[in-house]
Structures are given as C-alpha cells and as structure tokens.
Design a binder for this molecule. Sequence first.
Ligand SMILES: [Zn+2]
Length: 268
Amino acid sequence: MQILFMKLEAIIDKELFLQIKKLLGKAGNGLLDFIYPPICVHCSTPIIKADGLCAKCWKELIPISEPLCPVLGLPFAVSLGSSVLSAQAIANPPEFDRARSAFIYNDITHSIISKLKYGDRPEMATFCAKIMAGAFAEILEDSPILVPVPLHPKRQRQRRYNQSTQLAKELGLLKGVKVAPMMVARVRETKQQVGLSAKMREKNVEGAFKVVSDLIEMNIEQRIVIVDDVMTTGATLNAVTKALKKAGYKKIDVISFARVVNGGEYII
Ligand SMILES: [Zn+2]
C-alpha cells in the first residue's frame, strides 16, 4: 500500500490531493497526512496535526494583550489607565469604535497569513479562528454580526476564496454568531496596499466599499464586527466602517489575526 501511495505521489500533484481530501473528508485527511506528513507552517518541522506550528514557533508568537490603547488596540509598554489613548488614536481618530488583533505581525504570523491568503489553504482559517475566538471573547459577546473585509470579485476569482470570509465563517461557527459575507462589497478595484504610505493607502481604498445587501434582516442598531487577516494602518478597515456607517450602522468594531505595530516601513 505504501508503495502505491509513493507512486501516486510521484504522478499526482498536491493540488489534486487537496481535491481528493475535500471529497473524502476525514479519510482524505488521513491519506493526505500519510503522503504529506504535517509540518509546521513556518519552519517545516514535523508536527502531529496539520495546519499548525511547532513548539518553537509557538513561542515566537507575540500576543497583543493589556495594557493597550482602548481604541486602536496598540500595545503599551506600561499601563497608563484604561481611558488613555495612543498618540495615533488622538492624532487620527478611526471611524470604528475598537480595533483588536491577536498577535503582532512577525515572521511567524507572516507565514500563517501567507498560507491562508496565497497558499490556497483555506483550512488555515480554522487554526487562526480558534485563536481569535479566545483572544476576542469580549468583542464577540452579545451576538454581533461578523462582516469580512471583501475582495474585489476579480481578485476573489484569482484566489478562489476570501481569507477574511473564511476567518469570519470559522469564528461564526465557534462563537455561534451570524456572519454576513455578502453585506459589504468591494465595488471598485484597488491597488495592492503593499508598499503604500498611510496616506496613499487611505486614498487607495476611499469609496471602494459599499453595503449592497444583507441576508440578515437589516437592523442598524446591530453591532458589527469587521473581520480581517492583518491590520496595517487600518485604512481598509476604516473604509469598510465608513460604508457601514453610510448605511446607518453605528456600533462597529474591527478584529484581525495579526497587526503591524511598528509603522513606517509597511512590509505587507
Ligand atoms: Zn516551526
């Protein structure tokens, strides 16, 4: 049997195995793990369960926790009291009420997000969502509606799925809250934000989003939580918030798996 699998591996590419996995469900997982033993998504060390990290890489994740800016969620070195805002939140107040991210964006979170975003591995969303569900217990209580940051239809066709929608759906399942993946649409194609300054990012996404439909009954009193994979300057999340506010929604928070905290050199 093992020889048969080795022969299969030689003639069938991984993409086909991913398709087989989808068709066979749990049996497919076993088959895939047998042929492609699970490895750490960052350093490729063998691990027990697929789509995760080895112990060494786990330790290198940097969780964002208190003390932090109550609005932007940026970590503070020392506690300044729960009402003290960061300089960024005072200088440039965001449209949303609160932003929270699970981890600081570093090499490890970069690997995880890249696999989720460009690696055609939507199942990575399960791993990320489990962490997010724990990290954002407070923001996710009282049944908000989860709204993923939409991709333009053209980009979604290229990538086959929207990573933010995958995260929102997994979070919705874990927390038992509603997800509205079609509520906001990206109505204008935008340039990739990579390499753009904060001002250019803002301009790039200005007016790019619109509330087009709502599969859930429209209730503008409902609190919304926008879901994204990475928050950099917050320009995209701000633009999505503006679209929701235009439609009448007032209570809007944003969450992301990782957050760029150094500013200046935007690497994503
Ligand atoms: Zn590792």
